[in-house]
Design a protein. Sequence first.
Length: 724
Amino acid sequence: MTHPRLRAAARVLLSPYFANGAMAALGLLLISGLVRLGLGPEAAAAASVGVIVCIPPDQAAPRQGKIWLLLPSALLGLPLFAAVQALHTAPLQLGLLLVAATFLAFLAGAWGKRGLPIVMSLMFAALFSMAMPRQASEASVLFNSACFALGAGAYLVWATVANAWLNPFYRMAMLANTLFSLVALMRLQARQLQPRDEPASGQPVIGAVLRQQALLADQLQAARDILLESPRTPRRQQLVAMLLLVMELRDHLLACELDLDAIRAQPGSASALPPLSRVMEDCASATEQVADALLRGDVPPAFPELAQPLAPWRKTAVPGREAAALPAALTPSLANRVANLSDDVLRLVDLGRGQAAPDLAAVRTAWRLFVSPTAWSWRPLASLWRWNAPSLRHAIRASLALGSAYALAQVLPWGTHDYWILLTIVVVLRGSLAQTLERRNHRVLGTLIGCLLSAALLSAHLSAGLLLLVLTLAQACAHAFAARRYLVTAVAATVLGLVQAHMLNAGTSPVFDVIERMADTLIGVGFAWLFSYFLPSWERHSLPSLLTRTLKAQARHAEVALGLGQLQAIDNAPEIEWRLARREAHDSLSALMQAIQRSLSEPRAVRPPLEPLERLLAYSYQLLAQLTAVKTMLLQHRDRIDLLPLQPPLAQAVEAIGTVLTQPGAASPVEAAWPLAEVPSFVAPLDDALEPWLLRRLQLATAVSGRVRAEADRVLSALGQSRS
């Protein structure tokens, strides 16, 4: 078996983000090298800035619309680059330009994940223009600007072609990364299935489960964007079918969390948990091997029946509806759910081996419905102009920090690389205190390590060719790990900056550059840290809107999941509606979870009430699990269900859940009507009587919705809010 560290390294090297970083670095090398051969080193420096400005938004993406993600960086970066070049000899005017440009650039954060790379691109255009030698004439400014445009335009073509060429690899690698995230969630669930008196389960894992759920939701959307684009070939359809099965597996994992406390409370029932945990771990191992096979381009190995150890527990029957208490039937029910999960894992293996045909109807249903938009809209800009808008406050904060640091840089005893201070502020200062503190620590440590590496490299007097290879590798790592392991990016960016400065300014002392870089970094992180407390956007201010989104998404999902339209429809419209509602429910919980994590680094005086928020998340996932169990039963047993008697209780549950989630203070009546401790005193194997189990799930779902509403009301009350 491969050593775990070697396997982890191979996964990084075969990851989509590393491949994307390598292609970006190769594009920089080729374009700057060709321009250097044709127009000289100064032109190559300007062209390389044009390339660097276009790199931040260059991520693995669908082929269609790729160029529109990169074009704003080139179009907006060119005039900013030229303006800085023209004002290089006028420090006051240049400072005013930088403050105004920073404010306008950081407003792009209103576009969320798509806008943040544009922020970095525009700031790179200004700051790397400062790094170039001062121009003596307008002609040289125009020449450098033309070279910038040449480099940016060439990289737009390069990135678009490279993205299309790597599209088959991106599809497999994105799916593999999603599977690895699913494997982590399975292993956390396996820990939850262990008896609580075992040492392996001594620490609560619910927090880790919630974080992993949020991470999986983000990775699923990234994978959907690429895999669901034009799945016309058999291979693409196979990968899409595997991705859709991942979403079903996530739902099964949610359902496997149900009834654990009740099973543990029953004498003798807890002995079933170790076999359940082992089967869950076997499912994780099988899924992991499918993911590794995808990265290698191999066929995953076949697996025997994974649920065989559960046979004694699945066959446990409780004869008669009144012969025993309900909890005695919960263990076989949980065993059935884990067995269903294992069956889907084997289906995933068969799809990966090409032994199962994809469901083309499901593939067509998903096509183009779950892909993020690539067109730019003016709507986010219209929402900026209110004093409490986070993007507006962050833009003011960043422009003041940059202006203050620029003023200080003018009076420092060294001034050859004053842009380093400003660059540090740009990459460290984030929209939240938690992200700023994380970037601060990684930036300082990464700069120290990078300075030591650069000193060693420059002391070795390497040839120009070897230094060029070092630059290429540093650029690849800096771009590849920017959003994943910023410490690696900080190290690589430091090496990139120092070696590039040495090559552009041959003959100067590399030792002083290293010392200056470290000092500038400490000054820059100090400014970023200080200004992160100016006009802060504490997470508590965004929580009311996040809670409203979450509650509405849960109510909508309940309405669609409990509807009978999918069982009666002759087309796929109800299934599409349900999948969209399910995605919004998971995405809203992911956004709420991320806000809670960021708030942990904020001062205690402004932190939101964390305990009710964590309970709200846990109850929300329980509600999704209950509804998933109902949906699964309805779909799996549609052939023998009499829909007529089910319509009233389903409609009643939809109305009750919708009312309690959308109306503040409505939790108490639901808790009184259907408390979690009271369930019907019937037991029957699922194959003999489905309706009692459905009624029980509906009652539990309604009761859990009351818990969700109650925790939301507690949070809003603590925040001084009176509305949902």
